[in-house]
Write a new protein. Structure first.
Length: 454
């Protein structure tokens, strides 16, 4: 059974409407646009499809790059039974019914390929329902997803599938697709469409790697173009005016999913731009997140973390500023708080950088996790009871404020870690003075000298 193909006519012979993107869907690999890294001559996915040896696999990529189209091409070539499954409309009951049919086919020596569009929409229980049948070889599972499979696909299922990453189409890929569409009988080849290469290029740029968007915009522009006198051979002539095209390429919806991979990509870009002292890039990534609907409090929390992780002791004012920005976001919300976040992002970008506080904790954490029972030195133990005093708790302790130097040569680390150093100050910003003071303190403590006794 192959993937269902839409018809130009309904059951009663009346012509039905098919979107241009559907009409132009390629039916073989030679007509496929883009993804040369996967389906170019001699590439592995092309060989698997042409030899009808497709394994269970996941097609991962943004919208409009050919995931469903590749499944359709596989459906047209495979000798296996092909089932098209929708994660939007199907539940566990439907899955189990299809799996039972597939198991029966396997016993008769026939393969079943199951294509699941938007597989990330299946919950864990639904995904688990596929697992035993994939393991036994009852089905070959092909999933398509716009979300990072690492986050959205169960690890057990993912480990049994090959992941093929589909990239956004290049502007040149889209330009060639649009030009082909204007000439194809399945597109606008039966019309004389007056549209300049510059206008076609504008559509290709606007589509931002998405073939479906490019074809939808072209269809909208031609449909709303100006009708002129019939062209050559009586064909209808349409002129796409700049005004019509401008309306068709209005504000693009920003690609963003607050729970998906792009969420993590953008916050990573913001963090690393600030770390690299690049305020221009940092403000851009901030705007990308906020204008796409990100929660400003989430961004503010990340700035609070950054203030200590990456600026830290080099400028300790970074932390209270970041906390103040969080409070401002809480009080005002969007859009008013965007300027507070911009202020803080610029400040953090331009501040001197030190990760010494972060590294000190990470080093100490390693010892804390592997040396869980190191005793607190007796000298710095609390002795609130007589028994504790008799056990020498706090014996030899000197109150630092009672000394001239306000310091004591007293071991505060466990004996097994004596002399271990976790904090290594940098010379960035105000931490340079801290480094000089710490070096003086350490040198003084290493000098021999009598201790003041209580």
């Amino acid at each position: 059974m192959s993937m269902e193909q839409l018809s130009l006519f309904d059951d009663r012979g009346r012509e039905t409407y098919r979107p241009l993107a559907s009409r132009m869907r390629p039916e073989d690999l030679d007509a496929f646009v883009g993804q040369e890294q996967l389906i170019g001559k001699g590439k592995i996915l092309r060989q698997l499809i042409e030899q009808d040896r497709v394994p269970s696999m996941i097609f991962w990529g943004p919208p409009g790059v050919g995931k469903t189209t590749l499944a359709g091409i596989i459906a047209g070539r495979t000798h296996a039974r092909f089932i098209n499954f929708s994660a939007v409309t199907s539940g566990i009951k439907e899955i189990k019914e299809v799996m039972a049919q597939a198991e029966q086919s396997r016993r008769l020596g026939a393969k079943t390929v199951v294509f699941v569009d938007e597989i990330h929409r299946f919950n864990k229980a639904q995904q688990d329902a596929f697992l035993p049948y994939v393991e036994k070889g009852s089905i070959i599972l092909i999933g398509a997803t716009t979300e990072n499979p690492s986050f959205e696909i169960n690890s057990a299922l993912l480990s049994r599938c090959r992941v093929f990453v589909l990239q956004p189409l290049s502007e040149d890929d889209l330009f060639q697709l649009l030009k082909r569409t204007l000439q194809s009988p399945r597109g606008f080849g039966d019309m004389d469409v007056e549209i300049s290469d510059e206008q076609v290029g504008m559509i290709a740029r606007f589509a931002n790697g998405d073939a479906r968007t490019a074809l939808n915009v072209l269809e909208m522009a031609v449909t709303n173009g100006e009708s002129a006198e019939d062209g050559a051979q009586g064909r209808r002539r349409i002129r796409v005016t700049p005004e019509v095209l401008q309306q068709c390429v209005g504000k693009r919806s920003l690609l963003y999913d607050k729970k998906g991979e792009e969420h993590y990509n953008l916050i990573s870009a913001l963090h690393k731009s600030m770390r690299n002292s690049d305020p221009d890039a940092a403000v851009y990534w901030l705007a990308r997140m906020l204008e796409a609907g990100e929660d400003p409090l989430y961004v503010a929390r990340r700035l609070v973390r950054f203030a200590s992780e990456d600026v830290g002791m080099a400028d300790s004012q970074a932390l209270p500023l970041a906390v103040a920005a969080y409070q401002a976001c809480h009080f005002l919300g969007m859009p008013e708080c965007n300027v507070h976040l911009s202020h803080t992002v610029i400040y953090l970008s331009m501040a001197p950088k030190s990760n010494s506080a972060y590294m000190a904790y990470e080093d100490a954490k390693q010892d804390a996790q592997t040396m869980l029972a190191e005793p607190v030195p007796l000298v710095i133990r609390n002795a609130p009871t007589q028994l504790m005093g008799q056990l020498h708790y706090g014996e030899g302790y000197v109150y630092a404020h009672d000394t001239e130097e306000k310091m004591v040569r007293m071991q505060c680390l466990p004996d097994s870690l004596s002399g271990k150093r976790y904090y290594s100050p940098t010379e960035e910003g105000k931490e340079k003075a801290v480094k000089e003071r710490l070096e003086a303190i350490r040198a003084w403590k290493e000098m021999p000298g009598p201790e003041t006794k209580e």
